[in-house]
Design a protein around this ligand. Structure first.
Ligand code: QV4
Ligand code: CA
Length: 474
């Protein structure tokens, strides 16, 4: 019940990492709505640590101080305006929910919303939480109260993740407070939650918390009885006792092996035929929330790994476009800012502020924002994914550095690694003239009566080809 997004058939979530609410509202209206994105995953909206001595890093927002909607991205009024304006153009909001813990030990002072706190005393009056709301020390088996041994389930879930004070999810009061936070934003019209660090929470505690949440708000256009959409951050690369399967009763799970497979496949196209690997324990398609990279692994946090990011340029375009063409999972794409070191926060005028996103005349972003979601081929493939939803992969072709496949009889996709490809292939599509999406119809493609077509790619930057039934220019 928690694994269904309500997006009128739209298929892609974009993570607008560290964007301000005012910019997200504008982006929904000027870009995400017209290009048929399903939803935006926003940075954690609750009150957080201000790590001024570390130069206001991005990760301060993963240290909660209260559930007031006062963050680096904006205040509650701005949050409400964003939700309303995005909902109005069919783009839903997904909240990044940090509820495994509060701030790190050793931290005290005042948060982004003005609440005082003292982590060593487990005192967070802005909620309020006190000593008894944190996991009892005797439930954590490690000697220093921190997580070291990922093969010990009690340690992973009852000890502190990098020194972050661990909330006691077994307590009725904590469940109550977390569900009140969730219900507050549900009332405001959000569609769902990315739950941070779910691996460090007991599935039963999550089930209890989610059981206390309201149905989605019908005034925001959701159907009556719709349950909130949940996806859980569980980093399962295999080899640990906690698996994504443990969380299927509470929603979808992040599938980190997908990004690894995509990176390997872009490096060697012969591996692209084997993206969903059940034998590896990967989540089945209807339980997976998949992505090429995320805000952690693009900067080496959370274990990093073999992944592609915007820094890989064309290879990244290929990886994301292939993923969007593929039939696996519910897709999230990353939208980043440039950084020189892994702690660096978003573009800023100083003092922990965040700069506006700059949109250039050609539609790309400036001011330090990467905006992968606005890269031409990626945007066009978001439209393709919507058009072919519900179909499966057919007519698989792969030879050297070229790959192609159809999605049922609705769409056909091809890509080549080095910018030039010409071959007659079976598309599985009805005969007719099609608009090639990446070129915005500059290239017209003829599908013959037998379903074959001459597939040509001549584009160094975006060596990708896509046609679909009913897809005009966008
Ligand atoms: C430091 C020391 C600790 C010490 C502690 C307290 O390193 O040894 O115990 O002080 O004295 C930041 C700092 C980290 C610091 C910690 C506590 O980087 O050095 O500990 O704060 O003050 C993000 C960042 C973390 C950051 C954290 C909180 O990645 O570096 O820690 O935010 O600000 C595992 C998990 C997975 C997790 C992933 C990163 O299974 O759940 O690690 N991913 C999610 C988020 C991620 C976030 C968190 C979880 C925590 O996606 O962005 O961590 O909310 O794989
Ligand atoms: Ca925990």
């Amino acid at each position: 019940a928690y694994d269904t997004p309500y997006c009128d058939g739209r298929q892609t979530i974009v993570h607008l990492f560290e964007w301000k609410w005012t910019d997200i509202a504008a982006e929904c209206e000027r870009f995400l709505g017209p290009n048929e994105f399903c939803a935006v995953q926003v940075s954690p909206p609750m009150e957080h640590l201000l790590a001024s001595s570390s130069g206001y890093p991005w990760w301060q927002r993963y240290q909660p101080i209260s559930y007031k909607l006062e963050s680096r991205s904006g205040n509650e009024a701005e949050f409400i305006d964003m939700v309303n304006r995005c909902n109005a153009v069919g783009v839903r909001i997904i909240v990044d929910a940090v509820v495994n813990h509060m701030t790190g030990i050793g931290q005290s002072g005042t948060g982004s919303g003005g609440s005082s706190f003292n982590a060593d005393n487990r005192d967070f009056p802005g909620v309020p939480y006190g000593y008894n709301d944190f996991t009892p020390r005797d439930q954590c088996p490690s000697s220093d109260g921190q997580i070291h041994d990922y093969s010990n389930v009690n340690e992973v879930r009852n000890c502190m993740l990098v020194g972050l004070t661990d909330l006691y999810g077994g307590s009725d009061y904590v469940r109550q407070k977390v569900s009140e936070y969730f219900n507050h934003v549900i009332d405001l019209g959000v569609m769902g939650f990315r739950v941070d660090a779910s691996k460090h929470m007991w599935p039963g505690d999550l089930e209890a918390i989610q059981g206390l949440t309201k149905d989605l708000n019908t005034d925001a256009g959701f159907p009556a009885g719709a349950r909130p959409f949940f996806y859980h951050e569980v980093i399962d690369q295999g080899g640990e006792p906690i698996t994504v399967q443990d969380y299927f009763s509470v929603g979808r799970t992040t599938e980190f092996r997908f990004g690894k497979k995509i990176a390997w496949g872009v490096n060697d196209f012969s591996q692209l035929g084997n993206i969903y690997d059940a034998g590896w324990g990967m989540a089945p398609s209807d339980k997976a929330l998949n992505f090429v990279d995320n805000h952690d692994n693009q900067r080496g946090h959370g274990g990093g790994g073999d992944i592609l990011t915007f820094q890989n340029g064309k290879d990244y375009t290929l990886g994301v476009c292939f993923s969007l063409a593929h039939d696996y999972g519910f897709m999230r794409i990353m939208s980043s800012y440039y950084f020189d070191n892994s702690d660096q926060g978003p573009p800023s005028g100083g003092g922990g502020s965040t700069s506006d996103v700059v949109i250039n005349d050609d539609g790309t972003c400036g001011g330090g924002w990467v905006c992968e979601h606005r890269w031409n081929a990626i945007t066009q493939m978001v439209r393709f994914r919507n058009a072919v939803a519900g179909t499966s992969i057919e007519n698989w072709y792969q030879e050297g550095d070229n790959v192609a496949f159809s999605r049922g009889n609705k769409g056909f996709f091809a890509m080549t690694k080095y910018g030039s490809f010409d071959k007659t292939l079976q598309t599985g599509l009805p005969a007719g003239t099609y608009c090639e999406l990446i070129s915005h119809c500059a290239n017209q493609v003829t599908v013959n009566a037998d379903g074959t077509a001459m597939v040509s790619i001549h584009n160094e930057q975006e060596p990708v080809f896509a046609i679909c039934v009913g897809c005009g220019d966008g």
